[in-house]
Design a protein around this ligand. Sequence first.
Ligand SMILES: CC(C)(COP(=O)(O)OP(=O)(O)OC[C@H]1O[C@@H](n2cnc3c(N)ncnc32)[C@H](O)[C@@H]1OP(=O)(O)O)[C@@H](O)C(=O)NCCC(=O)NCCSC(=O)C[C@@](O)(CC(=O)O)C(=O)O
Ligand SMILES: [Mg+2]
Length: 286
Amino acid sequence: MRRTMLYLPGNNPNMLTKGHLFGSDGVILDLEDAVAMVEKDAARILVSKYLKQGEFGSVEVTVRINGIDTEFWKKDLEAIVPMKRLDGIRAPKVDSAETVKILDEEISRLEDKYGVPQGKLKLFCLLETAKGILNAYEIATASPRIAAIIPGGEDLRADLKTERSMDGTELEWARRFVVFAGRAAGVDPLDTVFSRVTDDEGLRKETQFIKQLGFAGKSIIHPNQIRIIHDVFNPTEAEIAKAQKILAAAKEAAERGQGAVTVDGKMVDMPVVKRAEYVLVRAGLA
Ligand SMILES: CC(C)(COP(=O)(O)OP(=O)(O)OC[C@H]1O[C@@H](n2cnc3c(N)ncnc32)[C@H](O)[C@@H]1OP(=O)(O)O)[C@@H](O)C(=O)NCCC(=O)NCCSC(=O)C[C@@](O)(CC(=O)O)C(=O)O
Ligand SMILES: [Mg+2]
């Protein structure tokens, strides 16, 4: 599950040490925008050291490298690819399949060089420009490494020459498009960060909205955001009971040779069964 992926600034030993203890599904050790230019080299060394020696429990560990238009990205990859505890790479500002190919080739070269199984490292692509959003499907299908596509809301707002609103209207179309592209490609659509770290109600509302759109989870910047997002994504007891009732009724119907049946006055057919199964997957019961 990728309900929550917590950013840990790569130059902050305090956050790198305890970041995996808060209960998020993943952590993102950041070498890009959370790290000032003068700290880039120090952060790379620190992150590499944490991947080598640090304890991350069972969370999914990714590193956000710098963009391929910078002088840093190759050095970033060289420092992290050999490290056993790395599960994936979050690439910023991906705007075309060509960007994915460049990243893919370099990661493959380094996997070969360091004896890492080919394809072990997954790619999480941040789409942070209008061009990147429009190319979402070709990006999502550009390599078997792609695990997720993610709109980078803050950079995208800058590219769109708009501002952050309370309800995120300016991102609505991009979010819907990323969900369609991700689901069509069979990769996870993950949402961008919610920047108002003390606005719990705002976060809950936004999470309910993006879950309803079809996102699989959300990037986060503060540990306090984890509980709220899990609360929204985790099925309730009532949802679990309903899903179990639907699956039992559908099984009985199938045994009688019926494809559709009524449960509590509503039709249950194959798509409803699939959704019920997904509820149980999210509850960890399937
Ligand atoms: C916001 C703030 C400064 C607030 O700090 P404050 O210190 O005021 O918070 P407090 O409440 O006082 O912290 C209480 C205790 O929790 C600890 N604690 C807090 N945050 C923690 C954490 N993340 N990990 C572990 N520990 C944490 C803290 O160390 C303290 O521990 P202690 O001192 O021991 O009591 C802090 O959270 C923070 O730096 N966040 C990460 C920021 C970041 O990474 N930005 C870049 C990624 S986004 C981006 O790039 C946008 C994107 O590119 C992509 C996209 O959308 O995906 C786009 O374009 O959209
Ligand atoms: Mg960004």
